[in-house]
Design a protein around this ligand. Sequence first.
Ligand SMILES: Cc1ncc(COP(=O)(O)O)c(C=O)c1O
Length: 395
Amino acid sequence: MISKEVHENLKNASWIRRMFVEGSKLREQFGDENVYDFSLGNPYFEPPKSVTNKLREVVNADIEGAHRYMDNAGFKDVRQKVANAINRDIVKPLGFEHVLMTVGAAGGINVLLRTVLDAGDEVIIFAPYFAEYIFYIKNHNGVPVIIKTDERNFEPDLELFEKSITAKTRAVLVNSPNNPTGVIYSDETLKKLGEILTKKEEEFGREIYMISDEPYKALVYDGHVVPNIHNYFRHSIMVNSYSKSLGLAGERIGYIAINSQFEDAELFMSGLAFANRTLGFVNAPAIWQKVISDSLEESVDISQYQVRRDLLFKKLSELGFEMVEPKGAFYLFPKALEADDVAFVMEAKKFNILLVPGSGFGYPGYFRISYCVDLGMIERSLPAFEKLVAYYKNK
Ligand SMILES: Cc1ncc(COP(=O)(O)O)c(C=O)c1O
């Protein structure tokens, strides 16, 4: 018998999963061409050729010992190359000793939370949030504390943030570029978050970590830049992966990089290595560590995502949808055409459009469109969006 808790979670299957199942049913009924599935955040583009070529090269090299167990933090040369890449826009540079290779960002966040949380410790997250955060925090006996962002710009409400920090707060988890809003936190916002955390650390006499979950860091538009989190707060920790930037979501490769200003860096890194080992990851995939370490300048073709964003943003704005223009990632997060976002998503389904309700991200009244999809599908979907809007006008 599975545990009561897991059973309960299965009963409340995530919205993204539910829409996936709905999509399969609709495709059977109407055919692939006539279903417009915007529900999944699965990178659409293949990895750059240089990355798959590098993979062949690494495999063919037949290096003795390349497939054995290693330091739980990963290969030293790989960690150094990752640190060098992070150092490009940093004030206090990192060394290999500040980097631990992980099984994607998801693995990284779990390793990190396992390392820092005592039972009952609070982790602040900003809604709308990546739904898995709630599970990750609970996995390690933490308590999620959810703060709603301002719907005009989806930036954190700093006053509310300050008030929400308690003697139990151990971390704040920020995600920029954001899933589901595409917002990039500005230099100004990060500075203020850092100042508030510094003040609260002094007040409560303990570290509060700023965890920056950055798997979309390379996916930015119009020349926007994602600020380096380590320049804003002493106890910052980056979690990143190559799932989106290199289209390697199924390969499970990423890293954690702590701020070099940590007073207890060595102990902290030992904690991370322990958590990586005892959570059963042991170390990040060996071959993929080698491949990405020589692909750090590469990226999937972002202009392809930009074309999709521009087309959908323009068309949906013309149709009257209210939304913030995403600066990064590959999602739009418009306001639903009725207050009940779940009811709205169900109505959209009648036009064969699959969306995810904002409730799935802790932000009712909105919905998410993932545009990491076929451009032809977006074009075919536009008349269906028109019909959906007309339906609401006549309702
Ligand atoms: C905000 C956010 N964080 C983390 C992840 C997990 O990414 P990874 O594939 O690197 O584990 C995702 C995946 O969609 C995400 O959207």
